[in-house]
Write a protein of this length. Structure first.
Length: 245
């Protein structure tokens, strides 16, 4: 696994699922990791920022649990400031926080549509906006947004739209930040990762075993992208199992 020693990563949406796996993988590769999410206390879904940070430290890594609501600019700015105060810098961003809604367009409540946009798109914008100056100050680094493979699941329109828009945001940003030596990429699972959030929001859909991807594939791919700058992989949408062969 690539060495990320001396680097600091801010992982948004890291209290469980893909985000937690990526946070642990980055820490195993040597990065100091800010485990950022809203979940400070146990809820109906397993995982908190504290439990993930504790698991990293138990393995000899360095981690900070940071409360962060990606839909609030003030909360994002405070989380980023806390990270920089603790670790001195940020080199890597993983914008992973996300919500899933399943339902036909004609019966989708506006608040659910808006929630997908607020978390999956505006949340990516806010954490990216807050982190860029710190990565720029380091002379380069890596930003990645966790997206999805594409349309194919009935009733997931709000989710697909928000993730597609995040991809367009990052593809454009790659050109904007090339001169700052910052790599900007999107990373999606190649298949379905059965996270806690998926199990809670997947509507009981059965996924064939051959369509299930181990979360560790996302962790390996994230480590590879985290080690990039503008001279390497940038301006791309990557699939985890294709990248982490």
């Amino acid at each position: 696994m690539s060495s990320l020693a001396g680097k600091t990563a801010f992982v948004a949406g890291a209290s469980r699922g893909i985000g937690a796996t990526i946070a642990r993988s980055l820490a195993s590769a040597g990065a100091s990791v800010a485990v950022a999410a809203r979940t400070e206390r146990p809820s109906t879904l397993e995982g908190t920022i504290g439990s993930v940070a504790d698991s990293i430290r138990a393995r000899g890594g360095t981690a900070l649990a940071v409360a962060c609501d990606v839909t609030s600019e003030a909360s994002v700015n405070d989380a980023v400031a806390e990270t920089v105060s603790e670790f001195g810098a940020i080199d890597i961003l993983v914008a992973n926080a996300g919500v899933l809604w399943l339902g036909p367009v004609e019966t989708t409540p506006l608040k659910r549509w808006q929630l997908c946009l607020d978390v999956n798109l505006t949340g990516v914008f806010l954490v990216t906006k807050a982190v860029i100056p710190h990565v720029r100050a380091r002379g380069g680094g890596s930003l990645m947004a966790v997206t999805t493979t594409g349309v194919g699941m009935a009733g997931a329109n709000a989710y697909w739209v928000s993730k597609a828009a995040a991809e367009r945001l990052y593809l454009g940003l790659a050109d904007d930040l090339r001169g700052d030596n910052i790599a900007v990429n999107c990373l999606s699972p190649s298949r379905v990762v059965l996270t806690e959030g998926w199990r809670a929001g997947g509507g009981g859909i059965e996924i064939p075993p051959e369509m299930v991807e181990p979360p560790e594939a996302m962790g390996r791919a994230a480590v590879l992208l985290a080690g990039q700058d503008a001279g390497g992989i940038t301006g791309t949408v990557q699939r985890s199992e294709e990248l982490a062969i």
